[in-house]
Design a binder for this molecule. Structure first.
Ligand code: FAD
Length: 598
C-alpha cells in the first residue's frame, strides 16, 4: 500500500467560503496551527456569488435601526423557529463584523455623507444591507482571502474531504483526496470546523454550483452529530428561467429592494393578493403606499414584493398554477418601467450583464422572466449557539452547513452576516477546545484503510450504475416530490426512490484513472446527496404543518404546537432517523420585543 500524505494541525477548517475563512482567521488569532481545505479553487465558493449584501443593524441609513429590530425581523422571518440565542448573537455582533471587514480593506458603497451604504431587502424593517453594488460576496471573499494569505495560514485547495475521523467519540481528523492527482490525504487534528456550505445540487433547478452536495451535513451525521431543521429548504423566488441553459441562476433580491415589482402575464402587480395575516400589519395594501415607502419608511408600510422569500415564492407558484404565468412557466420581474437605465446599471451591474449576455434581455428596457429556484438550506448541523460546537466533541460547524440560526426561513443578507459572526466564533472556540485537550487524539489506521477502500470502490466495479444517471434521477425526485409544495404520499414515494438509489449507489462504477476524474468525484458525492435528501424528505414528512420554507398541501396551516418543536435527524447506519425536541425557551426580556412591536 502506498504511503498516505499526512499533516498535523490544531484546527482544520473544511471549506473556504466566508464562514471557513473567518473561522481560519479566528483560530489563527487564538494561536492555533490552522489549515483550510477546500474542494475547488480558493475564492471559488458560494460566498463569492453573493450579490445583495450583508445584513447588519448599523443604522447608517435609518438611525431607528438597532440589534433588537434586526433580531425581531430575523425571528419573524424564520417563523419563530430560530435558535433565539443564535439570532441574538447574530444581530448584536453583525455590525462589528462589517466594520472589521472594512478595517481589513473592504470597500463598501457609501451614503452621501460617507457612511457605509445600506439597502432594503425582504423582511428587514429598515435598509440594512451593507453592499458593494450587486457584487458584495466578491469583496467579502477578496478581503478575507487576502487576510488569510497575509497571516500565512496553510490552504489546501482542490482537496475534497470525504470522511471525519474519530478517536472514540471525539474528533481526531479528516480524510480526503486531491482532485488533481486522486491521491489520498489525512489531516490529524483535535478540532475540525465544517464550513462546507449548502446542498442545492440535490435539486433539479438551483442557484447552487457543483460543489454543493451537502458533504459537511452528511459527514457530520455519519460522525454522530445530529442535523436540525432539514425540512426547511429555501426556494428563492427569482431565478432565471429562459433559455433552459440558465434555468435556476439567481436574480438578486436587490432588484426588488431597489424598486422592481412582480407582474403576471396580464401585467398585474399580483403580490397584493398574497399578503398573509402574519405580515398584514406591516405590509402596504395599495400600490401608492408601497411606492411611497422607498422614500419614507416611517410613514408607509413595505411593498408586498419585499415579503420574506417563502411568501413570495409561494405566490409565484400560485399565479403560475392558476394559468397567469409567463410563456415558460414563470412570472415577470419588472424594474425597467420603474427606474432609469442609469440607476439600474449603477445599482445592479451584474444583473444587467447577466441578462444581456445569457438571455439577450436588456433589463433597462424589458422585464425579466423568472421562477423560484432552490437556493439555501436553513437546516444543518445542530450546534451550541455560543461556541458553534456540534454534539461531537471537537467538531464545529459555521455558515450554511450549521442549523438553527435561520429557523424556518432565512432573510436575505442574513447569511453573509451569519458567516462572519459564527465563523469567527467557531474558529476561536475550536482553537480553545484544541488547546484544552490533555492529549492529542489518536487516529485508528483501520479507519483510514476503510475510508480509502470506500473511496476506491467505484473503480473496482465494472459496468455498474452511471453516477450521472443516478444524480439526474435524484434531482428530478427531489424537485417534483419534495419541492416547494409537499404532500405525504409524494414524500413517501421520494423516500422509496431514495432507498432504491442507495442500493444502486452500491453498484456505481467509474472508468478511467484517479487523475481529475469528475465521474469518480460525483460517485463519492452521491453518498452525501442521498443522506441529505433523505433527511429533508423524512423531516418534511414528520412536520405536519406549513411554516416558512416548508409548505404542505395536506397541512396548509401553521400549528402553534409544531412552532415549539424542532425535527432532528441522526444517521442510523443505513438510513436517517428523525426525532423531535423542544425549542430552547426564549428569555422574557427578548419575548418583550415582540409584544412592544419594535
Ligand atoms: P460557501 O461560501 O458555500 O463555501 C463552502 C466551501 O466549502 C467552499 O470552499 C467549498 O469548496 C468547500 N467544500 C464543500 N464541500 C467540501 C468538501 N467535501 N471538502 C472540502 N471542501 C468542501 N447570502 C447573503 O447573505 N446575501 C446575498 O446577497 C447572497 N447572495 C447569494 C447569491 C447566490 C448566487 C448564492 C448561491 C447564494 C447567495 N447567498 C447570499 C447565500 C450565501 O452566499 C451562502 O449561504 C454563503 O455564502 C455560504 O457561505 P459558507 O461559508 O457557509 O459556504
Amino acid at each position: 500500500m502506498t504511503e498516505i500524505e499526512r499533516h498535523q494541525y490544531d484546527v482544520v477548517i473544511v471549506g473556504a467560503g466566508g464562514a471557513g475563512l473567518r473561522a481560519a482567521i479566528g483560530a489563527h488569532d487564538k494561536g492555533a496551527r490552522t489549515a483550510v481545505v477546500c474542494k475547488s479553487l480558493l475564492g471559488k465558493a458560494h460566498t463569492v456569488m453573493a450579490e445583495g449584501g450583508i445584513a447588519a443593524a448599523m443604522g447608517n441609513v435609518w438611525p431607528e435601526d438597532n440589534w433588537q429590530v434586526h433580531f425581531r425581523d430575523t425571528m419573524r422571518g424564520g417563523k419563530m423557529l430560530n435558535n433565539w440565542r443564535m439570532a441574538q448573537l447574530h444581530a448584536q455582533e453583525a455590525p462589528e463584523r462589517v466594520w472589521e471587514l472594512e478595517s481589513w480593506g473592504a470597500l463598501f458603497d457609501r451614503t452621501p455623507d460617507g457612511k457605509i451604504s445600506q439597502r432594503d431587502f425582504g423582511g428587514h424593517r429598515y435598509a440594512r444591507l451593507a453592499h458593494v453594488g450587486d457584487r458584495t460576496g466578491l469583496e467579502m471573499i477578496r478581503t478575507l482571502q487576502q487576510r488569510v494569505v497575509a497571516l500565512g495560514i496553510d490552504v489546501f485547495m482542490e482537496c475534497t474531504i470525504t470522511r471525519l475521523l474519530l478517536d472514540g467519540d471525539r474528533i481526531a481528523g479528516a480524510f480526503g483526496y486531491w482532485r488533481e492527482s486522486g491521491r489520498f490525504i489525512v489531516f490529524e487534528a483535535p478540532a475540525v470546523v465544517l464550513a462546507t456550505g449548502g446542498i442545492g445540487k440535490s435539486f433539479k433547478v438551483t442557484s447552487n454550483s457543483w460543489e454543493y452536495t451537502g458533504d459537511g451535513h452528511a459527514m457530520a451525521m455519519a460522525a454522530g452529530a445530529p442535523l436540525i431543521n432539514m425540512e426547511f429548504v429555501q426556494f428563492h423566488p427569482t431565478g432565471m428561467l429562459w433559455p433552459p441553459s440558465v434555468r435556476g441562476i439567481l436574480v438578486t433580491e436587490s432588484v426588488r429592494g431597489d424598486g422592481g415589482v412582480l407582474r403576471n402575464a396580464a401585467g398585474r402587480r399580483f403580490m397584493f393578493d398574497y399578503i398573509s395575516d402574519y405580515f398584514k400589519a406591516e405590509t402596504a395594501d395599495t400600490e401608492e403606499e408601497a411606492d411611497r415607502w422607498y422614500d419614507d419608511h416611517i410613514n408607509n408600510r413595505r411593498p408586498p414584493e419585499l415579503l420574506p422569500r417563502d411568501e413570495v415564492a409561494r405566490a409565484i407558484n400560485a399565479e403560475v398554477k392558476a394559468g397567469r404565468g409567463s410563456p415558460h412557466g414563470g412570472v415577470y420581474l419588472d424594474i425597467a418601467s420603474r427606474r432609469s437605465p442609469e440607476f439600474i446599471k449603477k445599482r445592479l451591474p451584474s444583473m444587467y450583464h447577466q441578462f444581456k449576455e445569457l438571455a439577450d434581455v436588456d433589463i433597462t428596457k424589458e422585464p425579466m422572466e423568472i421562477a423560484p429556484t432552490c437556493h439555501y438550506v436553513m437546516g444543518g448541523v445542530e450546534v451550541d449557539a455560543d461556541s458553534a460546537m456540534s454534539k461531537v466533541p471537537g467538531l464545529f460547524a459555521a455558515g450554511e452547513v450549521a442549523g438553527g440560526m435561520h429557523g424556518a426561513n432565512r432573510l436575505g443578507g442574513n447569511s453573509l452576516s451569519d458567516l462572519l459572526v459564527f465563523g469567527k466564533r467557531a474558529g476561536e472556540y475550536a482553537a480553545e477546545y484544541a488547546r484544552g485537550q490533555a492529549s492529542r487524539p489518536r487516529i485508528d489506521e483501520a479507519d483510514i484503510r476503510d475510508a480509502e477502500q470506500e473511496a476506491l470502490a467505484p473503480f473496482m466495479r465494472d459496468g455498474g450504475e452511471n453516477p450521472y444517471t443516478l444524480q439526474r434521477e435524484l434531482q428530478e425526485t427531489m424537485h417534483s416530490l419534495v419541492g416547494i409544495i409537499r404532500v405525504a404520499d409524494e414524500m413517501k414515494q421520494a423516500l422509496e426512490k431514495i432507498a432504491e438509489y442507495r442500493e444502486r449507489l452500491a453498484r456505481v462504477s467509474v472508468e478511467g484513472n484517479r487523475q481529475y476524474n469528475p465521474g469518480w468525484h460525483l460517485a463519492l458525492d452521491l453518498r452525501n446527496m442521498l443522506m441529505v435528501s433523505e433527511s429533508i424528505a423524512r423531516a418534511a414528512l414528520e412536520r405536519k404543518e406549513s411554516r416558512g420554507g416548508h409548505t404542505r398541501d395536506d397541512y396548509p396551516a401553521s400549528d402553534p404546537e409544531w412552532g415549539k418543536r424542532n425535527v432532528c435527524c441522526r444517521w442510523a447506519g443505513d438510513h436517517v432517523e428523525v426525532y423531535q425536541q423542544p425549542l430552547p425557551e426564549m428569555p422574557d426580556e427578548l419575548k418583550k420585543l415582540f409584544e412592544e412591536n419594535h
